[in-house]
Ligand binder design. Structure first.
Ligand code: SF4
Ligand code: SF4
Length: 296
């Protein structure tokens, strides 16, 4: 049993309690307008090209068997539509201007990586977080990882958007210790406009999570003018307070991943970061509706 992993981040402090290793599985059923990891979305390996790192040595030009590289002034750029993401150029590039995303790993390989920091988990109350992409899209692979964590006494967290078949999600919720659950918009039409899918199964899965033995932390990527309206915050508060949650972690929009869009020949997302006063006003909306916010 294996899956594509696009990153393993050690010593993470943002993905659950204590020091953690976060394993990022590649592939996601949503297409959020603001996604800061566009390389996480596709279920296949990809090659990114960071033009600013290219020194024009021409090695990729020689290595590419598909005519997907062309000299363009002082750099070797991509020929639009030709790259097959085979990864040959990645092996030859001396500057990491060409970078592969997505390495197939089996359960044992992931667990071997995770165990390396066992001592740090014990000393900090940390553990392992499975993120994405959408980690539940890993299906049985994720369930097997969660089962192994439980056997080995490792605290296991799943950072999910909730877009997952309900039966599978119930199994995930029954096996994980902690669920970081993203809620992006409460209105189904707006949710579909912002993410590509409506929120019916997500809200059902959130209720399943709330009733499960796992600890649940609701989270919201907060986007100026896209999901921070009074109406949406009111609907969110009604859902959360009704299920016994008084706090939500909010992740205000940032532009950290934007260079990766150009590296994948994708358009830059049509979203912007908050001005400080604007963010204060947005957070005040949550307080007015009875929700505490933690900015993460
Ligand atoms: S990933 Fe393969 S097809 Fe794409 S540029 Fe590199 S060598 Fe060519
Ligand atoms: S191998 Fe790397 S540094 Fe050399 S031309 Fe290609 S992308 Fe640029």
């Amino acid at each position: 049993m294996s899956s594509l992993v696009y990153n393993i981040q050690r010593m993470s402090v943002d993905d659950g309690p204590g020091l953690r290793t976060t394993v990022f599985l590649k592939g996601c059923p949503l297409r959020c307008l603001w996604c800061s990891n566009p390389e996480s979305q596709a279920f296949e390996p990809q090659v990114l090209f960071f033009e600013r790192l290219c020194v024009g040595c021409g090695r990729c030009l020689e290595a590419c068997p598909h005519g997907a590289v062309e000299r363009r002034g002082s750099v070797c750029g991509r020929v639009p539509g030709r790259c097959r993401h085979c990864g040959r150029c990645v092996k030859t590039c001396p500057t990491a201007a060409r970078a592969g995303s997505g390495r197939r790993m089996d359960v044992e390989e992931v667990m071997a990586e995770v165990r390396r920091d066992d001592l740090f988990y014990q000393n900090s109350g940390g553990g392992v977080t499975f993120g994405g992409g959408e980690p539940t899209a890993g299906g049985q692979f994720l369930l097997e990882l969660l089962a192994r964590c439980r056997q080995e006494g490792l605290h296991a967290c799943v950072d999910t958007c909730g877009a997952c078949p309900e039966g599978l999600f119930a199994e995930v919720a029954a096996t994980a210790d902690l669920l970081l659950f993203d809620l992006k918009h409460l209105d189904p039409t707006a949710h579909a406009r912002l993410t590509g899918r409506d929120n019916a199964v997500i809200l059902d899965n959130f209720r399943t999570a709330a009733a499960s033995p796992a600890e649940v932390r609701p989270r919201m990527p907060l986007m100026p003018e896209l999901n921070d309206s009074e109406d949406n915050v009111a609907a969110l508060a009604e859902l959360l307070l009704g299920l016994g949650f008084e706090e939500i972690e909010v992740m205000p929009c940032h532009a950290f991943g934007w260079s990766k869009y150009a590296a994948l020949d994708l358009p830059t997302p049509p979203v912007r970061a908050y001005e400080p006063e604007e963010l204060k006003s947005a957070l005040a909306r949550f307080a007015r509706h009875g929700l505490r916010t933690v900015v993460v």
